[in-house]
Ligand binder design. Structure first.
Ligand code: FES
Length: 183
């Protein structure tokens, strides 16, 4: 009971018929609109990012396909030179009086074999393919020999390896004069 002398609390206005339903629809609309706006904002941000990436593409610095590799006299018979493996993916090998540039890409699935000096062979760590010093496959799943690259002697007397030209033994291309240097 209210204290004596105090005014009676004003009666709450009765809810208008249908206002609950309007509130419900308003909430639904506001939620939907918010979600749509968020999706729009995200897609616009993604588009802007895409444009920026297009304007400033990643530049991949690849080594040039042609490189110089010293003079023929620097290569001893029977030696596999690994100096150019890391940077160019090439072994330079001299067998007797022939020098050639071997690709370091395994012909099975593209791993990089290792030269095992003690065993005198290239051995792929992935599935065990083995290649003789001349690049011919002899064990494991590799279906064909390693590829060779074009090799020549430049005007300055230095060996030039050109990786843009490959030679495959199984196609008879190792006989091409550009596939090796004969001293
Ligand atoms: Fe070299 Fe499979 S990638 S053996």
């Amino acid at each position: 009971m209210p204290p004596l002398g105090s005014k009676p609390a004003p009666a709450k206005p009765a809810a208008k018929p249908g206002s609950d339903r309007r509130g419900f629809f308003y909430t639904i609309f506001a939620t939907w609109f918010g979600a749509a706006w968020a999706a729009f904002t995200v897609s616009m941000a993604a588009m802007t990012l895409g444009t920026v990436r297009f304007l400033f593409p990643n530049v991949v610095a690849e080594p040039p396909s042609t490189f110089k590799a010293g003079t023929p006299e620097q290569y001893e018979p029977g030696v596999v030179v690994e100096r150019y493996k890391q940077e160019y993916g090439v072994w330079i090998v001299r067998i007797d009086n022939q020098i050639f540039a071997l690709s370091t890409v395994c012909t099975h699935l593209g791993c990089t074999p290792n030269w095992l000096e003690n065993e005198q062979k290239f051995k792929c760590p992935c599935h065990g393919s083995g290649f003789y010093k001349d690049g011919v496959n002899f064990e494991g799943p590799a279906p064909r020999p390693l590829e060779r690259y074009k090799i020549s002697i430049g005007d300055d007397g230095q060996i030039v390896v050109d990786k843009s030209r490959k030679f495959q033994k199984e196609l008879g291309q190792w006989n091409d004069p550009d596939a090796s240097i004969t001293l």
